[in-house]
Design a protein around this ligand. Structure first.
Ligand code: MV4
Length: 447
């Protein structure tokens, strides 16, 4: 029985997890760095332990210090949140060896799905549609060129150890491919200490649509619909929504069914997300599977009324999923924006500092997930997300209106934010008419 969870994270997701635990009658242990003495997660948890200096490497990524904190406080489980150690197979493995329940999938699945080439080949072998390309890894520039001639340019080179858009290069011609092959190999070697590559056809201007899945440890799995995450800048999602209005009912059903089939066949458990690229003809292709809870999980919670964090904890506890697929009803529309401490006029440079005044919107269908408060100083050390503003309503248009109204009310004083930039997205004609893809931000804002 899970009785005490250590939250191996900070910021809004740590607060989100603490709240879920409290509602479930589970005790919580926060870990914090020296920079986070006054952070909300540090204050809200039942217990809090300082695990090291500000730098992530010495605190939130410090496996030894985190496990010592778990032992010291008698935590029986660890929730990793997202980022930091959440997709670190080695961390999950050590937790298992220490009989501390890692709230997430088995470390072997994290390892398999973290290897993007293996993940793709596995999915392909069980009938999930994938983008045409190399069968597994490529071992030479000549082989890359051969495959590119077969599948035709443009092609995309991907580092197998990459993911989330890191370690990828696009080539429109043989000349570009010859150059980019060396660049991405070198990059992968430096960034991931693993220079293995694979190649596939580059799908131009796709939608990025992902399916949320839940699977228990008793063989039951369901999906909770999809999220359209196409509004991105440099692989950073800015705005997410569900349902994805470009999908027709048939494509939506197929995508969900394939996601559930994939989860069952690979023996995946806990919460996960299967990312697809969707082209103009509703063809969809498996991209990656994320083995953690995601930043944008709230939009799914809003339309399903299912608390994904609580489900993760119940699954880790060995419980049988309470829902079957037929019980899942997606109601209305939900949208999330990420409000960051950054300056869009200065290339989105992070702008940490002290929040001198704060006025949060509220009301019907409005949710805020955050760990900031008036007087709080945003440290320069971690990512710049200040809060997630989530709305839900009966329709996409109503959600857009609600989001604009809420953003107009939101006041964050003392630091610069992207609030005005978010408003510009919401007022963009192509956004409003749902005429967008992953190139939207670059195209519409000349970035
Ligand atoms: C692609 C692609 C187009 N064609 N692969 C790779 C990581 C994943 N999270 C997104 N990735 C993409 N893979 C093929 N064959 C388009 C993306 C992609 C993307 C790439 C670069 C910059 C931003 C992007 C946003 C969404 C999807």
């Amino acid at each position: 029985m899970i009785k005490k969870v250590l939250i191996a994270n900070r910021g809004e997701i740590a607060v989100r997890i603490i709240r879920a635990c409290r509602e479930m009658g589970i005790r919580t242990v926060a870990i914090y760095s020296e920079a986070d003495k006054n952070a909300l997660h540090t204050k809200l948890a039942d217990e809090a332990i300082c695990i090291g200096p500000a730098s992530s490497a010495k605190s939130y990524l410090n496996v030894k210090a985190i496990l010592e904190a778990a032992c010291l406080t008698g935590a029986d489980s660890i929730h990793p949140g997202f980022g930091f150690l959440s997709e670190n197979a080695n961390f999950a493995k050590i937790c298992e060896e220490m009989h501390i329940k890692f709230i997430g999938p088995n470390y072997r699945l994290i390892e398999l799905l973290g290897n993007k080439s293996k993940a793709k080949e596995t999915m392909k072998s069980i009938g999930v549609p994938v983008v045409p390309g190399s069968e597994g890894l490529i071992y030479s520039k000549e082989q890359a060129i051969d495959i590119a001639e077969q599948i035709k340019y443009p092609v995309i080179l991907k580092a197998s150890a990459g993911g989330g858009g890191r370690g990828i290069r696009i080539a429109y011609s043989r000349e570009e491919l010859e150059k980019e092959y060396d660049v991405v190999k070198q990059e992968a070697k430096i960034s991931f200490n693993d220079d293995s590559l694979y190649i596939e056809k580059y799908i131009e201007n796709p939608r990025h649509i992902e399916v949320q899945v839940l699977a228990d440890e008793n063989g039951n799995s369901i999906h909770l619909g999809e999220r359209d995450c196409s509004i991105q800048r440099r692989n950073q999602k800015i705005l997410e929504e569900t349902p994805a209005s470009i999908l027709n009912e048939e494509t939506r059903r197929k995508m969900g069914e394939i996601a559930v089939k994939a989860v069952e066949k690979i023996g995946y458990t806990n919460a996960g997300t299967i990312e697809f690229l969707v082209d103009k003809n509703q063809n969809f292709y498996f991209m990656e599977m994320n083995t953690r809870v995601q930043v944008e999980h709230p939009v799914t919670e809003m339309v399903t009324s299912i608390d994904i964090i609580k489900e993760q904890i119940k699954i880790a506890n060995g419980d049988v999923l309470f829902w079957q697929q037929k019980d899942i009803k997606l109601v209305g529309h939900s949208m999330e924006v990420r409000v960051n401490a950054e300056n869009p006029d200065k290339n989105f440079m992070p702008c940490p500092g002290t929040i001198t005044g704060l006025l949060l919107p509220g009301g019907n269908g409005i949710r805020i997930d955050t760990a900031i408060y008036a007087g709080y100083t945003v440290p320069p050390t971690y990512d710049s997300m200040l809060l997630k503003l989530i709305v839900c309503s009966n329709s996409r248009n109503e959600s857009i209106a609600k989001m604009k109204s809420a953003l107009a009310e939101l006041v964050i004083e003392g630091i610069q934010t992207n609030i005005d930039f978010l408003l510009k997205i919401l007022e963009n004609e192509n956004f409003k008419t749902n005429n967008y893809d992953t190139s939207f931000i670059n195209k519409e804002f000349n970035l």
